[in-house]
Design a protein. Structure first.
Lengths: 356, 309, 360
């Protein structure tokens, strides 16, 4: 009989090993899936394209970084909220509103060059995301309305709002009436840090932010407050921490960062505001945050891993005519295994021999 | 507006609300037991796929619905195993379930996008269905519609009129106390989760077997998330689920009609109404229920139960 | 071996060598790629493009290698897909307007690769644009609708308010009105190209409001299945023949025939004669075709065929004045027809007589 016995203290070895175990299990399961559905294709070459090529080919590696940056930024914000038990599931909506706000600023100054345009756009993006998340914060603190629901419903609203904006005020006047904005002028585009690719300064900012978050959580009271509140709201109240302030802080931070990511996408790889702005980064970032066990530095890795599956998955789709849903299945499986293996940190698997 | 149009609208709203009712009533039971399963969308789409595929191959709607029900349960069992036995975080696990469900159904369904099937036909009760107005409006739906409303009643009866229902609700409110008394928390929760999966599966199958006889990736189009909202909206009271589903389904349909009537608000803003309405009604319910304690969520919702044996 | 035979063999070898050397600029097969916005199983827009790709393969056999990628979202990710294809292909067809900016960006980085962008407007040395005069097809189905309707209400399921869709609405309406002055058109915007559930809901709503003819500018067969289930309602196939989903309700369908165009472009790459172009073809050039006329009196079908020929021969232009804009301001004078640019290509108004509010 197999039983789970709680460990006296968390196993440090397992903190490192369990993610690796999860990854291994995912790869093994993927192998079996491929072997069963691929008739005359080498499974090993599919694996190579899926997992290795994005790392060895410089173009695909650059694209991995491009996709990882917004995931990092959003996941950082979300992880702070999740530690506190504030579930911002609608980061996608805040991402969209931030993207709209930042783009609107850039478009407003479309004929003006200046180094100040981009920072102004970034601020607008952050404020836009914050404002949108504040709706959920307000409703939760004043009326105890569940933030999962509010942020989720507002996501749909945000996407519709994007469509309305692109149909109206933000549409390119000389664009044959297609629902797209003007292409951003030079001052409104994010500087590229890797010549010849789409890797922009957002990546650096994401990495910096993760270190800031790491220090913040380690050193400051608010970090501890969030740590405590997440695990037991009652205990936090007794210790004198303010539940409402935590909710506001968590939502504003995650909303602001999601908004910034939205601006990054519009002013970076896209170079304009289009209906294609929402790419489910807000939802994928939730997975990224969990895979990193909400640790700011871990997020750098988990975001890269998820970005790898996107880039690799797409190439497998092109080269081997496999459906794009393969990527989703892999990501879902990775998360399942990760969550499952996580238990090994807190519990020991013991085999009991039944005594006759 | 003539009465024919009104009847049409009412029928349309009823049909639109059915998948939501199934998914929401299932999730309501799950949440009453203290578990939050965000994977409803994933379970629904798997149900839609299985229903379509089985109907395509067997031509039997009964077997197809059964397949969808079992499929929903199967995929829910992954969630049950992870959250109840491996004690994983429910929010993350539910999201993984949605992701996996969407990917799995798209993958398996890719060979079926060009196919079409026979829809489940509506019933026709001789004499009764022909009564003007009431006939078409109430008595001429296909069996699944009636099943949905019956399930709501069944759930209400179970939760509030049976001993097991009482235990389940107690577990949802205080799993430690319930465990101390000797109830098997795990068993109730697992059964609830499986029930939720079965309901979500049928709800999804309704889309592909009744509404449109074709299969498309993502054809659930977010209904699973709406269903989650409906559970909260209903304050975990079964009959309120019907109300919420009708309001939501209603506004979705009415928005299309409004365009036909040339209401001078652009379509995007009209499309926002169902989502905004859900939030607004939630808030107003809260405002009125501030002092009532029996209309709040199950206390242990989302919290992991650590058995101490 | 006799001397004669040896000489023959040598001559034959020499001849073959010369032929092989001079026959094609591309001795290797041409590599062509297609980027699709939806699944080929939509049996609509993407299906039609895929039929075109298959036609190229059929005609060119081993001289071409075709790669297709389905369901590529219209966002910044598409740039990566197009780049991946550009690394390995000679010509790439991007079949939706949302790929415009990404196509241009990739084209800049790969000047030796040819790009063909559907329904766009940005050109470059190595980028062509192409589209079809679907509004000519709308004219035909509009006239049929005007004749076949009993309720005098046409239901139109529209996707996004872009010029192509507006052209279709206006053309269908004008045509229907010209044979039936009592006609009314009801338009529902679904803001998606492909969502079977929503399209079905829209069809049902339109039918509930009295429409007995359904037209769509969306990609799935959902509306057709709704028409099929509903007594007395007819519909038109969109981009492909949807008769399989509407055996008793499809009157005809507008078929996008991309095959000949695609073949010509790929062949041009092979022959080294490819040059950037702006193609806007219709019935005359065979790009717009029709499913067999069905479910109508035979005389009507023949009449419709004559209209098709009339457009093809240039006798009929779907937009012939006098036509005013919805606000009453004049657009075309008596007998006048509009230029492609700016009137048709940037069309952003309803014509007079359409009651609905123009979206935004």
């Amino acid at each position: 009989m197999i039983r789970l016995i709680p460990r006296i203290e968390n196993s440090n070895a397992m903190i490192v090993l369990s993610p690796l175990l999860a990854l291994t299990l995912t790869v093994i399961t993927a192998y079996f899936i491929f072997v069963s559905i691929l008739v005359d294709i080498e499974v090993s070459s599919v694996f190579y394209t899926l997992f290795v090529e994005p790392l060895t080919d410089s173009y695909y590696f650059s694209e991995l970084l491009v996709k990882a940056a917004p995931l990092m930024v959003i996941a950082l914000g979300l992880s702070i909220g999740f530690r506190a038990g504030v579930w911002n599931i609608g980061a996608e909506g805040q991402y969209v509103i931030g993207g709209i706000a930042g783009s609107a600023v850039g478009l407003y100054f479309y004929d003006v060059e200046g180094f100040w345009v981009l920072p102004l756009m970034a601020i607008a993006g952050i404020l836009g995301g914050m404002f949108y998340a504040s709706i959920a914060a307000f409703l939760k603190t004043k009326y105890q309305v569940n933030e999962i629901l509010v942020t989720l419903m507002l996501t749909y609203v945000a996407v519709l709002f994007l469509s309305a904006m692109l149909q109206g005020p933000l549409r390119n006047p000389s664009g044959f009436n297609f629902p797209e904005s003007r292409i951003f002028h030079d001052s409104a585009l994010l500087p590229i840090i890797w010549e010849g690719t789409r890797v922009h300064i957002g990546l650096i900012i994401a990495i910096l932010l993760s270190f800031v978050a790491w220090f913040g959580i380690k050193r400051h009271m608010s970090g501890m407050q969030i740590k405590i509140t997440g695990s037991a709201p009652r205990a936090a109240k007794f210790a004198g921490f303010d539940d409402n302030k935590t909710v506001w802080f968590s939502l504003l931070i995650s909303g602001g960062l999601a908004g910034l990511a939205g601006l990054f996408e519009a002013a970076g790889p896209a170079g304009q505001l289009t209906p294609g702005l929402p790419q489910f980064y807000g939802f994928t970032a939730i997975i990224v945050a969990f895979l990193a066990r909400l640790h700011p530095l871990g997020i750098l890795f988990s975001a890269s891993l998820i970005a790898l599956t996107y880039v690799g998955g797409e190439n497998v789709q092109i080269d081997y005519d496999l459906p794009s849903s393969i990527t989703q299945i892999l990501q879902g499986m990775l998360l399942f295994y990760f969550l499952a293996c996580d238990i090994l940190i807190r519990y020991k698997i013991v085999l009991f021999k039944t005594i006759r | 507006m003539n009465e024919g149009l009104l009847i049409n609208i009412i029928i349309g709203i009823s049909i639109a609300s059915v998948p939501l009712i199934f998914a929401a009533i299932g999730e309501l039971v799950v949440e009453r037991s203290g578990v939050l399963n965000l994977g409803v969308e994933g379970m629904m789409i798997v149900g839609a796929l299985l229903g379509f595929v089985v109907q395509f191959h067997t031509g039997s709607p009964f077997i197809a619905v059964l397949a969808a029900l079992l499929g929903g349960m199967a995929i829910a069992s992954i969630f049950a195993f992870l959250t109840q036995f491996l004690l994983t975080n429910q929010v993350a696990t539910g999201l993984a379930l949605t992701l996996f469900g969407l990917g799995f159904s798209a993958f398996v369904g890719r060979g079926y996008t060009e196919e079409t099937i026979q829809l489940i036909t509506s019933i026709h009760i001789p004499m009764l269905s022909d009564i003007p107005i009431i006939g078409p409006m109430l008595l001429s739906y296909n069996p699944l519609v009636y099943l949905a409303f019956f399930m709501v009643y069944l759930v209400w009866w179970f939760l509030f009129k049976t001993k097991q229902g009482l235990i389940l609700r107690a577990i949802g409110d205080n799993h430690d106390a319930a465990h101390a008394i000797g109830h098997n928390v795990l068993r109730y929760r697992v059964m609830a989760i499986l029930f939720g999966g079965a309901m979500a599966g049928i709800g999804g199958a309704f889309l592909s077997l009744v509404q449109v006889p074709i299969w498309g990736e993502d054809m659930t189009a977010g209904r699973g998330w709406i269903a989650l909202g409906l559970v909260v909206f209903s304050s975990w009271q079964p009959f309120r689920v019907i109300l919420g589903a009708i309001i939501f389904g209603g506004i979705t349909i009415l928005q299309l009609h409004a365009q036909g009537f040339d209401i001078r608000i652009s379509a995007q803003y009209l499309s926002m109404l169902p989502y905004l309405a859900t939030i607004i009604i939630l808030v107003s319910l809260r405002m009125r229920a501030k002092n009532k304690t029996n209309r709040t969520m199950p206390n242990c919702l989302g919290r992991i139960f650590h058995s101490t044996t | 071996m006799s001397n004669i035979r040896l000489t023959s063999i040598l001559k034959l070898s020499l001849l073959s060598a010369v032929l092989a050397f001079t026959s094609n600029v591309f001795a290797d097969p041409v590599k062509a790629a297609f980027v699709y916005i939806g699944p080929t199983g939509d049996h609509g827009w993407t299906f039609a493009h895929d039929q075109g790709a298959k036609y190229v393969k059929e005609q060119m056999g081993d001289d071409v290698v075709i790669t297709t990628v389905e369901s590529v979202a219209e966002n910044s990710d598409s740039e990566r897909t197009i780049t991946s294809l550009a690394r390995k292909n000679d010509i790439i067809f991007t079949t939706s307007f949302g790929y415009m900016n990404p196509t241009i960006k990739v084209a800049k980085r790969y000047p030796d690769v040819k790009f063909e962008h559907a329904t766009g407007y940005m050109l470059a040395d190595n980028v062509s644009v192409y589209s079809a005069r679907f509004y000519e097809g709308r004219h035909v189905i509009g006239k049929l609708a005007g004749k076949m309707t009993k309720s005098n209400v046409i239901g139109y399921i529209a996707s996004f308010p872009i010029p192509e869709v507006i052209r279709g609405i206006n053309s269908a309406y004008l045509a229907a009105k010209s044979v039936n002055p009592d006609i009314q058109i009801k338009i529902v915007w679904v803001y998606t190209w492909y969502d079977p559930g929503k399209e079905a809901d829209a069809a049902n709503a339109l039918i509930a409001q009295g429409a007995d003819i359904i037209m769509q500018h969306t990609d799935s067969t959902a509306a057709m299945t709704v028409a099929e289930e509903t007594e007395g309602v007819y519909a038109f196939g969109q981009a492909s023949d949807m008769g399989e989903w509407g055996p008793t309700s499809q009157l005809t369908g507008i078929i996008d025939d991309w095959g000949p165009y695609y073949l010509a472009r790929v062949q041009a790459v092979k022959d080294g004669t490819w040059a950037s172009s702006d193609t806007f073809d219709g019935i005359a050039e065979g790009m717009v075709e029709f499913a067999p006329m069905a479910n109508m009196p035979k005389g009507l079908g023949d009449w419709a065929e004559r209209i098709v020929n009339g457009i093809g021969n240039g006798y009929i232009h779907p937009f012939t004045g006098p036509i005013n804009k919805q606000d009453g301001s004049p657009w075309l004078a008596e007998g006048e027809t509009p230029p492609d640019y700016p009137d048709l290509l940037t069309m952003d108004f309803y014509v007079e007589g359409i009651d609905s509010k123009y979206p935004n």
